[in-house]
Design a protein around this ligand. Structure first.
Ligand code: COA
Ligand code: ZN
Length: 298
């Protein structure tokens, strides 16, 4: 039986939040329509954050009210309980909460200490469980922090153990600045898969040092089957200096399908979405295999 790899498409959130060019709500809607037509099973639509902190994501409530009626899991990022409530009010039943593994990153990202962040994460997870909302808990900067440097594996494993007691729908290990290497990924993800099984785990990689795909491969080898990716490799984090784009969805699809996994994503439709994105951003986007993939689909 062919194994499935589940991809969550994050270009409309992780990708757009760091762009100097702010897209309009209408542009973001047309991007989401194009992404919804790729066959991707999970699509992040934006975030319910302070528009002062991330103006690129203003109007996510409007977007939530007008999503294309396609059978896929729409989700949104929320930074705190207020964001959780706003997302629920907007009809979103699947949330991502970003909890960073280090003190400094939490201070810079959401103006909370590490301990306050973990307690907030636990509160959101408990409330979501009671209200039937699925929450993906992200441990950001899980390998290296732009402010504190390398992050110890044992610290991350302890944080995962703590969060897992509150039953997230998924626990996502995030290499926010793209500093992980395949050996570190294999080591951490193998321990987590052994402890928790693959169903509740995911990975989120950035391609800053050209190791994004190698890290996906390492996580696949450890048994992980759920990955975030961003069409065209768009991305970055406004609060993580030096962070580049996510690993490109088209590259992840190519890697997985060439190894015999199924993603359900139609490459021609995905490349159409990347072309639309390039058009709207005003600069060519595309993963490492962009030229080759475009020729194949022509
Ligand atoms: N959505 C919208 N507005 C929010 C909000 C949310 N989730 N949380 C707080 N606010 C508003 C408050 O209502 C308040 O508004 P007011 O000034 O009109 O009274 C204002 O923001 C300040 O509230 P406070 O609780 O003091 O927040 P803060 O200034 O400490 O900022 C965050 C904290 C989390 C809201 C802000 O840092 C943020 O949105 N960060 C986004 C992080 C992010 O998206 N990072 C990238 C992804 S990893
Ligand atoms: Zn990211």
């Amino acid at each position: 039986m062919t194994q499935q790899v589940v991809i969550k498409e994050v270009a409309a959130r992780d990708g757009l939040q760091a762009q100097p060019k702010h897209l309009t709500v209408e542009q973001r809607m047309s991007l989401l329509v194009a992404l919804a037509q790729t066959g991707v099973p999970e699509l992040e639509i934006g975030s319910f954050v302070s528009p002062k902190a991330v103006p690129q994501m203003a109007g996510t409530d409007e977007i939530a009210a007008n999503l294309p009626p396609v059978d896929l899991a729409y989700s949104a990022l929320v930074p705190n309980m207020k964001g959780y409530e706003l997302a629920v009010q907007a009809g979103i039943r699947s949330h991502a909460i970003a909890l960073a593994a280090t003190e400094e990153m939490n201070q810079n990202n959401i103006r909370k200490s590490l301990e306050e962040t973990l307690v907030m994460g636990e509160d959101i997870l408990d409330r979501a469980a009671a209200e039937g909302v699925a929450v993906h808990a992200y441990l950001a900067v899980a390998f290296e922090c732009p402010y504190e440097g390398p992050v110890s594996e044992s610290l991350v494993l302890e944080q995962v153990d703590r969060l897992m007691q509150h039953k997230p729908a998924r626990l996502v290990i995030a290499d926010t600045i793209g500093a992980a290497n395949p050996a570190a990924v294999q080591s951490m993800m193998q321990k987590l898969v052994d402890r928790y099984g693959p169903d509740q785990l995911g990975c989120h990689f950035h391609d800053t040092r050209a190791m994004g795909l190698a890290n996906v491969y390492a996580a696949l080898q450890a048994g992980v089957r759920q990955f975030d990716a961003s069409a065209g490799g768009l991305g970055g984090c406004p609060f993580a200096p030096g962070a580049k784009g996510n690993v490109a969805t088209e590259d992840v699809v190519m890697l997985c399908e060439s190894m015999g996994y199924e993603t359900g994503i139609a490459m021609p439709n995905l490349l159409d979405a990347v072309a639309l994105l390039s058009d709207m951003i005003g600069a060519p986007q595309g993963g490492r295999a962009h030229t080759w993939l475009t020729k194949q689909c022509a």
